[in-house]
Write a new protein. Structure first.
Length: 157
């Protein structure tokens, strides 16, 4: 009869970590390139589910030419100072109706002269906001000759 020899345990081969830093830096570089930072800190309660519903939605072609005006109730930590009535936010600060004209002029000055005719003003308004404040904003935009207006909405389910 033959004898069976016991199998010796083989040591597993060490994994080379020489390329690990390259992989880590490639992933880091990928996320640095693809991530966009939020430019505006919202001080009002406004999420995509708070936008009005719409059936006919069209995406904006050049988002770099869009100026946003946010309207809604201030977040809880700002309600002591600003109350609970809907407020206008331009960039990262609360504003009054009279500030819209200057805001539009400042946005135009930041753009190239050839891009100014293609500029769009987008209104992101909470769905529970009264229409009166939206009408007042539209009047101020007319004074500033900002006649290309977009209303941000969410897709109707």
């Amino acid at each position: 009869m033959a004898k069976f020899a016991k199998k010796k345990k083989k040591a597993s081969a060490a994994i080379s970590t020489a390329s690990l830093p390259d992989i880590v830096f490639m992933i880091l570089f990928f996320f640095m390139v693809t991530t966009t930072m939020r430019e505006v800190e919202l001080k009002i309660e406004l999420t995509n589910k708070d936008l009005p519903e719409a059936t006919e939605i069209k995406k904006l072609e050049k988002k770099s030419l869009v100026s946003y005006i946010y309207v809604g109730e201030p977040k809880v930590n700002y309600q002591r100072m600003y109350g609970t009535e809907p407020r206008i936010q331009l960039n990262s600060a609360f504003a009054e109706l009279s500030d819209i004209y200057e805001y539009i002029l400042a946005e135009r000055q930041q753009r190239d002269e050839a891009e100014v005719p293609f500029m769009t003003t987008s209104l992101k308004v909470h769905q529970n906001t009264k229409m009166g404040i939206v009408t007042d904003i539209k009047q101020e935009l007319r004074k500033a000759s900002a006649l290309k207006i977009n209303y941000s909405a969410r897709k109707d389910n």
